[in-house]
Design a protein around this ligand. Structure first.
Ligand code: LLP
Length: 425
């Protein structure tokens, strides 16, 4: 069942709660998430890849609210983190450290130390230089570091250029031809425990064939390393599984599972994936109120109270989210489409034109679907706007899981400290 549905009273419901009811209770804009959808998305993926015994680590960056993480952790989901802040969130959500993987190209020394002390499952290391720092922290703390090397397989994920991560010129990972020497040298060091390899080729991938190319290259590499007498026990297959919308079909999970089985299924490695969008994207929406209507070129313009700082994806990637009205749509007037724009003083604060909304009036609520991933998590306070509340719906109930920030919160952070002399002590 879809988490958003229009019922016979004409209203749009999140599970069993009308979105207009939440809008009146908490004010707009706000993010709304469905606990049921998180559970359903997790269960569907888990079941699809069960045959290859693949474990799932949620990419925390996609939706980092600790309450969202706790919903997933309760299901047995692990976490893929990229900062000390995300580590703290994953642990606060009750994720056991042995289910947490630390990815990312720029881990600091103190983040590495915190990860080792917490006893995380694995660090995915992205350069020879980072490996040296991990080794040095491991010696310092006396904690042996479990390491996977992130491989850059030189594969084009054929998705938006800004979310492609595994072409040769990418900043991510270690070039595939450099891996054997680095892996061998690292395996000889007592402070490092080389456990395997990781890849992540990009995001919002709907045509799954790039996964096949990347994982086949990974499997080849495993065979070469083993032939050289090196142990490779784990493979982290990355995230990137896209989600469908009203214009694009979603990925075929059975095909995803069979690509895993065919490429890496017979290596005897422990496997995991790191989906962000797939778990959280289709269970979240941004709800906004229409402030003003104005004449536009070809389509009327509705100025809404949500902006690019709340949902950055349209401005940053040209992404279009499916848009619905919270109440039954009125019949369309002479214009089929309506253009939605935000209040921020930038031309790119423009969500684009949408059809099927009917006649929009001030006071209407518009709903951006598929915004549960990389929505609130990427938001900012640009134009001194508040961070909007996040609301979690579970069946017939809802609650605020992050309150709206206010300007006093912001001004408090800006209380000046005392002047320090500019010359070195
Ligand atoms: N693993 C690693 C190492 C990653 O860098 C990412 C995402 C993921 C997993 C999860 O990818 P997913 O399954 O969510 O596609 N802000 C962009 C997406 C950036 C993704 C960055 N890395 C967007 O809004 O489309």
């Amino acid at each position: 069942a879809r988490w958003l549905s229009r019922r016979s009273d004409g209203r749009l419901y999140a599970e069993a709660v009308p979105l207009s009811r939440i809008a009146r209770a908490v004010g707009t804009p706000f993010y709304c998430y469905s606990a049921g959808a998180l559970r359903q998305n997790y269960a569907a993926l888990k079941a699809a890849i069960a045959a290859s015994d693949v474990s799932i680590c949620f990419a925390v960056k996609a939706s980092s609210n600790v309450n969202v993480l706790a919903e997933l952790a309760r299901l047995g989901c692990g976490m893929d983190i990229v900062s000390g802040g995300e580590m703290a969130r994953a642990l606060a959500a009750g994720t056991p450290p042995e289910r947490i993987i630390f990815s990312g190209v720029g881990k600091t020394r103190s983040e590495i130390r915190a990860a080792l002390e917490a006893g995380l499952h694995q660090l995915n290391v992205e350069s020879a230089a980072e490996l040296e720092v991990v080794a040095s922290v491991a010696r310092e703390t006396g904690i042996r570091a479990p390491i996977a090397l992130r491989v850059n397989p030189d594969v084009d994920a054929r998705t938006h250029a800004k979310i492609t991560t595994a072409k040769k010129d990418s900043k991510f990972g270690i070039a595939i031809e450099e891996i054997p020497a680095i892996y061998a040298a690292a395996s000889a060091r007592a402070e490092l425990k080389m456990v395997g390899l990781a890849v992540h080729i990009g995001s919002q991938i709907l045509d799954l064939s790039p996964f096949r190319d990347a994982w086949a290259a990974l499997a080849d590499l495993v065979r070469r390393l083993r032939a050289a007498g090196l142990g490779v026990d784990r493979l982290d297959l990355g995230g990137g599984l896209g989600i469908g919308d009203d214009r694009h079909a979603g990925p075929d999970l059975a095909e995803y599972a069979s690509i895993i089985a065919e490429t890496v299924g017979d290596l005897g490695c422990a496997l995991n994936v790191e989906p962000g969008r797939w778990l959280a994207g289709r269970g979240g929406a941004l709800v906004s109120e229409v402030l003003y209507l104005k004449e536009g070129d070809g389509a009327p313009i509705a100025v809404i109270d949500a902006a690019m700082n709340d949902l950055m994806r349209p401005a940053l990637y040209g992404a279009q989210h499916p848009v619905l009205t919270a109440e039954a749509p009125r019949p369309a007037g002479k214009d089929a489409a309506c253009r939605l724009v935000g209040p921020v003083c930038e031309s790119s604060d423009d969500f684009g034109k949408y059809e099927g909304l009917g006649t929009i009036l001030a006071g209407d609520f518009v709903v951006f679907d598929n915004a549960g991933a990389y929505g609130a998590a990427m938001s900012s306070t640009y134009n001194s706007r508040d961070l909007v509340p996040e609301v979690l719906v579970d069946d017939g109930q809802f609650r605020i899981i992050r309150r709206r920030t206010n300007i006093s919160d912001a001004l408090k952070l800006e209380e000046p400290e005392s002047w320090l002399a500019g010359d070195d002590p």
